[in-house]
Write a protein that binds this ligand. Sequence first.
Ligand code: 13P
Length: 308
Amino acid sequence: MFLYYVILIYYVILIILEVKRMLVSAKQMLEKARDEKYAVGQFNINNLEWTKAVLLTAQENNSPVILGVSEGAGKYMGGYNTIVGMVNGMIKDQNITVPVALHLDHGSYEHAKKVIAAGFSSVMFDGSHYGIDENIAKTTELVALAHEKGLSIEAEVGSIGGEEDGVVGTGEVADPAECKLIADLGVDMLAAGIGNIHGKYPENWAGLSFDVLKEISAQTGSMPLVLHGGTGISKEMIQEAISLGVSKINVNTECQLVFAAATRKYIEEGKDLSGKGFDPRKLLAPGFLAMKDTVKEKMELFGSINKA
Ligand code: 13P
């Protein structure tokens, strides 16, 4: 009898570990973040090194994390099935037990459907460039599809400024009433333009519009809000945004900048020309380590450390 219980417990532990090593929807992690007043970082991935840097840093810091994949990065990495295979395999092989969501960033209607079929656990439908009626119709359809398959879904109102993968936005500030309309469609998180932009902020950037964020928060109730363009926003603004309901913050450019700077330094110091320094496993190592430091810094700033 005793042996029977030992074997039973062993298998229950194995099942729990197996479940922990699976992609999850972002819904629960963002609701917890909203309730406990911190934000989960979405770090965009571009290749295997980036994926490994983000996953290992999340695990080392016991932080939930969202891996963002833009359509351009999806194409670059060989397609959505390739990415799902790589991420799931890495979660198992590297024993990643913190919550991880694999999320399409700024997805079109067509690509949202593609990632749902490929096995992503979360999707953003960016219908911000449609008129509000068409944004509502398409979001409604995708909410049903995503939820049927257990994925979380993010929608956007008011395009985020700057340029990302060829999509250029002008830094609109969202209309809080439109935010409420979209939030009421059952999305799990809402990105609303509040003067944020992708890429580096210009010297004369006016900063985030907290009055608008307050109004959006008031209109959308407990909806976790998403702040895009996380690169280069000051600590004070990040903290204020979190206090007003931002529960997910997206970072991409800052990782690109530190990765490029570390790689440049390696080459400028001539390290690729010494011994086997040209081996990609050596050549890409400084960028990988620099990214890990940046991801950790962001997790500290967002308050997600030890929140897994
Ligand atoms: P940054 O590139 O400005 O960090 O923005 C990332 C982002 O918002 C991805 O959706």
